[in-house]
Design a protein around this ligand. Structure first.
Ligand code: G3P
Length: 218
């Protein structure tokens, strides 16, 4: 399973990259705004900076909502760096744009996916990644993880190569559950990834090993 970090925070991206387990970065306009990065030129420069700091795919979201606008903007984003994946919303124009980029060999991430039908459309259009938002479904008392399982089943039925990128991950158990369900990728905040490290028996065991080593060397 690939690990992406879901943030525009450069320090957190660098921290995750330094761990050696990072496969990519996802961003969106809200995550950019959260870091105080606003305005077209600043956002473009930030994408370039992120790409300089990682070695995996970096999702950059189009702002245009019409087909022609998405094509123009997506092409410009793809020219920024070979790591850029053009992130396109799940709309009729978005699906048309994903189909266009797929035939051009440009990677895409179909975002704002909340149903298996939407995921099926993204796969048929040739999206590289499909992003079901599991946390936002949980927020409205709908089982986000069940959607991951349904998409996995449908994609496996037909051998679709679109990778399931579980997004809107809120905590560490979401990551574990997505791994069990066969998501190809998770994108998560650093604290959710960090939670994977923790086990009290590891801490207790390490403390005992060190104490016993000191006894033998005192
Ligand atoms: O990758 C999508 C993600 O950023 C949405 O997360 O927490 O805003 O639902 P959230």
């Amino acid at each position: 399973m690939k690990f992406f970090i879901d943030t525009a925070n450069l320090e957190q991206i660098q921290e995750a990259e330094a761990l050696g387990i990072l496969d990519g970065v996802t961003t969106n306009p809200s995550l950019m705004a959260k870091e105080g990065i606003t305005g077209h030129d600043n956002i473009i420069n930030h994408y370039k900076t992120i790409c300089k700091n990682v070695s995996g795919d970096v999702s950059a979201e189009v702002i245009a909502t019409d087909y022609e606008g998405m094509i123009e903007e997506g092409k410009a984003l793809a020219r920024l760096d070979h790591l850029i994946v053009v992130k396109i919303p799940m709309t009729r124009d978005g699906i048309k744009a994903i189909k266009y980029f797929s035939t051009e060999g440009i990677k895409t991430n179909c975002t704002l996916v909340f149903s298996v039908g939407q995921a099926l459309l993204a796969a048929k259009a040739g999206a590289t990644y499909v992003s079901p938002f599991i946390g936002r479904l949980d927020d409205i008392t709908t089982d986000g993880l069940a959607l991951i399982a349904e998409i996995r089943q449908v994609y496996d039925n037909y051998g679709y190569e679109t990778q399931i990128l579980a997004a809107s991950i809120r905590h560490t158990m979401h990551i574990i559950d997505c791994a069990k369900l066969g998501a190809d990728v998770i994108t998560a905040p650093l604290n959710a990834i960090d939670g994977l490290f923790n086990h009290p028996l590891t801490d207790i065991g390490l403390a005992k090993f060190l104490a016993d080593y000191k006894k033998g060397n005192s």
